[in-house]
Design a protein around this ligand. Structure first.
Ligand SMILES: Cc1ncc(COP(=O)(O)O)c(C=O)c1O
Length: 448
């Protein structure tokens, strides 16, 4: 019988000291990055694009990679280890026989899991003598995490922020600026790629693919700057495995084990970080676990084609073998804009191709997802980020299915971030606030 405990903490001394690299355990070798038939070699450019240590990790065949002590210290400063919660109140509200557990990545100084890779990337860049980091951001969570990591390691930081989200997240913009970052709405007029699109439409909503091109182009022109990517690549997912490794220790403490692992998926970093250590146990120890990636119909990249494609709009990156909707596909903005990316990480794409990851894509109006999240907020008391809301929704849907079938499944989901700076998005979709606003207006008219 599992121990019934609402919060399953880990002691500071239990913080893992190594990341898990799934590459040697994959069912077949990961297809390597390649070049398009025309133009200069992008693969040959990789050492100039990525931090050297990260590039080594990208192709490492070592199953375990030591976390440098300085990075472990940074993890401790960022509040790791993070608790795992048993969602007893939610289980009761759903009247489900399932046992629900969620990992609290929202307990992060910047609001999400993104610090888990921002900190090592910034630290490695600093060790190699770089002075500035450039990057893209969608939801703004990755940009904030990198701004934070840059501040803590003494680096400058330039962020290209997808305009659709930049427009409505004033608090997050202020947060990044307060941390010392220079932030530009993307497409911007600071890069060739940005200028081309900006000239066509100054109000262009942008995309992660465009913002990645801008971050890369900026760094290419400054030898003191290095580009850092917040998702998709192998080393990013590996840094994020700290989430799943902690979760495994926590499940052992309560003598339980997940039947289903769920998380939201944009480029794949939080899903990979949470799921890959468990996937490793499925692949090497024969554990039966089902994996579900929660996505939006606005960008259901796992339902795209499995083929080679660029990771960015301007085709600066090599071709990666991945599920993709096409690197220049127009994808309409949503409030969970961090999920709006055309491609899925090559590792997760291969696993999906092998039938090891299922996916669900929720309607782009986000109503069902946000209503579910409101129930979560009112029972468990935490406000997830709009992206993480997809995790919550998928776990709740799965728990309801268990009610119908009577199965007492163990469902584990990751809440990748908090939504304290995303209230305008929730308000717009759920429509609350408007009534009070009208009420206030009416009261003003009546002179009350
Ligand atoms: C809170 C949060 N969760 C999830 C994501 C999706 O990205 P990834 O698939 O890399 O985890 C984002 C992206 O911005 C995010 O901000």
């Amino acid at each position: 019988m599992p121990t019934q405990s609402v919060q399953i903490p880990l002691d500071v001394s239990e913080l893992p000291d190594r990341w898990y690299n799934i590459l040697p355990d994959l069912p077949e070798p990961l297809p390597p990055p390649t070049d398009p038939e025309t133009g200069p070699s992008r693969v040959a450019q990789l050492p100039n694009l990525l931090i050297r240590t990260c590039l080594e990790q990208e192709f490492s065949d070592q199953r375990w990679i030591a976390i440098p002590e300085a990075v472990r210290q940074l993890y401790l400063r960022a509040g790791r280890p993070r608790p795992l919660f048993r969602a007893l109140a939610l289980e009761q509200a759903l009247n489900t026989p399932a046992r629900l557990y969620y990992k609290a990545e929202f307990y992060s100084p910047t609001g999400s899991h993104k610090v888990n890779t921002a900190l090592p990337q910034a630290w490695y860049a600093r060790e190699l003598g770089f002075e500035r980091l450039t990057t893209e951001t969608g939801a703004g969570q990755w940009g904030t995490a990198l701004a934070y990591a840059a501040a803590l390691t003494g680096l400058k930081c330039t962020v290209y922020w997808v305009r659709a989200a930049y427009r409505w997240k004033a608090a997050r913009l202020g947060f990044m600026q307060m941390l010392g970052a220079e932030v530009h709405a993307s497409p911007s007029d600071r890069t060739e790629c940005g200028r081309r699109l900006h000239a066509l439409d100054p109000e262009h909503p942008g995309s992660l693919g465009i913002a990645i091109s801008e971050g890369l182009e900026d760094a290419q022109h400054d030898p003191k700057a290095d580009y850092t990517l917040g998702s998709v690549l192998n080393h990013v997912l590996m840094h994020q495995t700290i989430i799943g490794l902690e979760t495994q220790l926590q499940f052992a403490k309560v003598d339980d084990y997940p039947d289903v692992i769920i998380s939201c998926l944009g480029g794949g970093s939080n899903f990979g970080g949470f799921a890959l250590p468990f996937m490793g146990e499925r692949l090497t120890k024969g554990r039966t676990i089902r994996f579900i990636a929660a996505q939006s119909q606005a960008a259901p990249n796992l339902q795209g084609e499995y083929r080679y494609d660029h990771a960015d709009h301007a085709e600066i990156t090599p071709l990666l073998k991945m599920y993709t909707l096409g690197h220049r596909a127009h994808l309409a903005p949503i409030k969970g804009d961090g999920l709006r990316y055309h491609g899925c990480s090559p590792i997760l794409s291969l696993l999906r191709h092998k039938g090891l990851i299922d996916t669900v894509a929720y309607p782009a109006d986000e109503r069902h997802v946000f209503e579910r999240t409101q129930t979560f907020l009112r029972t468990e008391g935490f406000l997830p980020a709009p992206e993480s809301a997809y995790s919550v929704c998928c776990a709740m849907d799965e728990a309801e299915r268990c009610r119908e079938t009577g199965e007492a499944k163990v469902i584990a989901f990751n809440i990748s971030g908090h939504g304290f700076m995303d209230m305008d998005g929730y308000k717009e979709v759920l429509g609350f606030g408007a009534a009070e606003h009208h009420h206030e207006k009416a009261a003003n008219v009546l002179g009350i």
